[in-house]
Design a protein around this ligand. Structure first.
Ligand code: NA7
Length: 541
C-alpha cells in the first residue's frame, strides 16, 4: 500500500470550492461537475444570479442585447428561453438564471447564505481552507473565485449617513420588496450607468426627484424594444451566427470598431455615421464607432462634440444641459451609460439637478441632505455610488496564499496575474473575471474563462496534479503585456472604476491598469496556446 501523503484527497471536503453563484460560478459548477469532480459553491445571497440577484434597483437592465448576453453553451437552453425585450430588465434576467439553475440542477451543490470571509492556502496539504461567516471551515484542492468585478458596493464617504430617518438604499443592495416612489421626495446620488437607469425610472412616479451629480457621464440612447414571437424565432434561428459574431468582435459585443479613422471620411459622412449610430440599438456608438475615437484626441473630440450637441437639443434649459455635458473626459473614456429618455427627465417640472461641485454635500441629516447652500428634505435617498471594482471583492476576503502571503500585499502596486486567471504564490487558485482578463460583453468572456479553467482542471485530474501555480516570469510577462496594451488608451488617463479609482475607498485614489484592453480574440488565442502546450508555462506537481 502506498504511504499516505499529506496532500491526499481523502481528507478534503471537496475537489473544488467555487466562491459565488453568479453567471460565472453557475457555469463553472456545471462544467466541473461534468468532469466528475466534487464541487461546492458558497454564495452569500439566498439565490443564484450574482449581479442580477443583487442589483434589483428600479430600471436595472442589460446594455448588451439580451440574445448576445445569455449562455451560449447549451442549444437546449437557447431553444427553450424567449427574451421579451432587446435589452432585458433585471427581473427577467434573474428568472432566466433561475431557469438555468433548475434545468442544470445546480442548487444541490450550492450553499446559500454563506459568505466567505477567509481563504487560506495550506502548503502541506496543498489545499485551500475556506472560512464562512458562520465559522465553518471547508477544504478543497482547488479554489475558484467567481466573485464578480462589480460586486463590492461602496457607500459614499459623506458624514452622518446613518442619521437619515427616511428610507435609504444602495442600488446594489436593493430590497426584494417593491419600493414605491409615488408622491415621495426622492434623492439619487450618483450618475453612472446605475444612476442613469435608476433616475429615468424613478422620475416616472416620484413626487419630486433631486439628482446630486458630481461627474456627468456621456450617455447614449439604448433604443430598447419588445421582441415578439416572430422576431424571437428569427433570433433563435440566427443564434449560431450571433455567437459567432461575438467570437469575432473586439470585445465580444455584436458591435465592433469600424475600420475607418474619424478623419478619413468627409465631415458630412462623419456626421451621418455618428447620427446613424446614435439612432441604433445598444453599444454601437461606443463599441462600433470609428476605430480611433478612444485613442486619438481629435477623433474623440469629434464624437464628444456630436453627443454634446444632442444633449443640448434634448435638454430644454441650456444651463442644465451644460451641467449634464462632461467637461473632464471625452466620450467613451468611461463606461457609456445607455439611456431611455434620460435627458428628457431634466425637462420635467418635478426634477432638479444639483451640481455638487458648485454646492457640495456637507452631510446627511435626519430629514435629508445638507449642501453648502440648502437643506433638502427627502423621504427616500438612493445611493447609486458604485463599487469597489475589479479588486474590491478580493480585498473583502482575507485571501492568503503560500507562506501565508496576503493577496492584498501581492497586489499592492496593482494586480499582477497570469492571463488574469492565476497568481504566483497562490497555487490552485483560479479567478473567473479576475483583473487583467478580457471583459467586454461579460457572459461571453465568462464562458471562455470557465472553459479554460475547466481544461486546466481536467489536465490536473488526468495527470494527478495536486499543485498548480503560475510562475513569476509568467506573471511578469502577462502584467507587462496588459500594461503595454493600455498605453495610449484615453480611458486610462481618466478616473473611473475601470482605472481602479474609488473616491470612497481608502487607498484607491491612484489609477492602475486594471483591465486587459487587447482584443478578445487575441486573448483567447494566447490562452488557447497555453493549453495546447500542456500548460507548460505553469509549475505543476
Ligand atoms: P459608477 O459608474 O462607479 O458610478 C458611481 C456614481 O456615483 C458616479 O457618478 C460617482 O461620481 C458617484 N459617486 C460616488 N461616490 C460619490 C460621493 N461620495 N458623492 C457623490 N457622488 C458619488 O457605478 P455604477 O453602479 O453606476 O456602475 C458600475 C458599473 O456596473 C457600470 O459601469 C456597469 O458596467 C455596471 P464620480 O464619477 O466618482 O464623480
Amino acid at each position: 500500500m502506498a504511504a499516505a501523503h499529506a496532500h491526499d484527497t481523502q481528507d478534503l471536503d471537496h475537489d473544488v470550492i467555487i466562491i459565488g453563484a453568479g453567471m460565472s460560478g453557475m457555469y463553472q459548477l456545471h462544467r466541473l461537475r461534468a468532469l466528475g469532480l466534487r464541487v461546492r459553491v458558497f454564495e452569500a445571497g439566498t439565490g443564484v444570479g450574482g449581479t442580477w440577484y443583487w442589483n434589483r434597483y428600479p430600471g436595472a437592465r442589460f446594455d448588451s442585447e439580451s440574445y448576445s448576453y445569455g449562455y451560449s453553451f447549451s442549444r437546449e437552453l437557447l431553444d427553450e428561453w424567449d427574451w421579451s425585450e432587446h435589452f432585458s430588465a433585471q427581473p427577467e434576467t434573474l428568472r432566466y438564471l433561475n431557469h438555468v439553475a433548475d434545468k442544470l440542477d445546480l442548487r444541490r451543490d450550492i450553499q446559500f447564505r454563506s459568505r466567505v470571509t477567509a481563504a487560506h492556502y495550506q502548503d502541506d496539504a496543498r489545499c485551500w481552507q475556506i472560512l464562512l461567516e458562520d465559522g465553518s471551515r471547508h477544504r478543497a484542492r482547488f479554489l475558484v473565485t467567481a466573485i464578480g468585478l462589480l460586486s463590492a458596493p461602496t457607500m459614499p464617504r459623506i458624514a452622518d449617513v446613518e442619521t437619515f430617518k427616511g428610507q435609504s438604499f444602495h442600488t446594489a443592495r436593493w430590497p426584494h420588496e417593491k419600493v414605491s416612489f409615488e408622491g415621495k421626495r426622492v434623492a439619487v446620488i450618483g450618475t453612472g450607468a446605475t444612476g442613469v437607469q435608476t433616475i429615468q425610472e424613478v422620475a416616472k412616479t416620484a413626487g419630486h426627484l433631486t439628482i446630486f451629480q458630481r461627474t456627468p457621464n456621456w450617455c447614449a440612447p439604448l433604443h430598447n424594444a419588445k421582441i415578439d414571437a416572430r422576431e424571437m424565432a428569427d433570433i433563435r434561428a440566427r443564434y449560431p451566427e450571433i455567437f459567432q459574431r461575438c467570437q469575432e468582435t473586439f470585445a465580444c459585443f455584436l458591435h465592433t470598431p469600424d475600420p475607418r479613422g474619424t478623419f478619413e471620411v468627409t465631415p458630412e459622412e462623419r456626421e451621418a455615421f455618428f447620427e446613424k449610430l446614435y439612432g441604433e440599438r445598444g453599444f454601437g456608438i461606443w463599441q462600433g464607432n470609428f476605430r480611433d475615437i478612444l485613442v486619438d484626441r481629435a477623433a474623440n473630440a469629434a464624437i464628444s462634440d456630436f453627443v454634446a450637441r444632442k444633449i443640448r437639443q434634448r435638454v430644454k434649459d441650456q444651463a442644465v444641459a451644460e451641467k449634464l455635458i462632461p467637461k473632464n473626459h471625452g466620450f467613451g473614456t468611461r463606461r457609456v451609460p445607455l439611456e431611455t429618455r434620460y435627458y428628457e427627465v431634466y425637462n420635467q417640472p418635478n426634477v432638479k439637478l444639483v451640481d455638487i461641485n458648485e454646492t457640495p454635500i456637507e452631510r446627511i441629516t435626519p430629514d435629508g441632505i445638507k449642501t453648502s447652500d440648502a437643506e433638502h428634505a427627502f423621504d427616500i435617498i438612493i445611493y447609486a455610488t458604485g463599487f469597489d471594482a475589479i479588486t474590491g471583492a478580493f480585498d473583502r476576503i482575507d485571501l492568503r496564499g503560500a507562506g501565508g502571503r496576503r493577496l492584498k500585499d501581492a497586489w499592492k502596486e496593482g494586480p499582477q496575474t497570469y492571463l488574469g486567471v492565476l497568481v504566483e504564490g497562490f497555487p490552485n487558485m483560479t479567478m473567473l473575471m479576475g483583473p487583467h482578463t478580457a471583459l467586454g460583453n461579460i457572459p461571453r468572456s465568462i464562458e471562455y474563462n470557465v472553459d479554460w479553467v475547466t481544461g486546466l482542471m481536467r489536465h490536473a485530474r488526468d495527470h494527478g496534479l495536486t499543485r498548480i501555480e503560475a510562475t513569476r516570469a509568467g506573471v511578469d510577462s502577462w502584467t507587462d503585456h496588459v500594461k503595454s496594451l493600455g498605453m495610449g488608451l484615453l480611458s486610462n488617463e481618466i478616473n473611473s472604476w475601470m482605472t481602479g479609482i474609488n473616491s470612497n475607498v481608502e487607498g484607491k485614489q491612484t489609477r492602475i491598469i486594471a483591465r486587459y484592453s487587447g482584443s478578445a480574440p487575441a486573448y483567447r488565442a494566447r490562452c488557447d496556446a497555453v493549453a495546447a502546450d500542456g500548460y507548460r508555462e505553469l509549475e505543476q506537481a
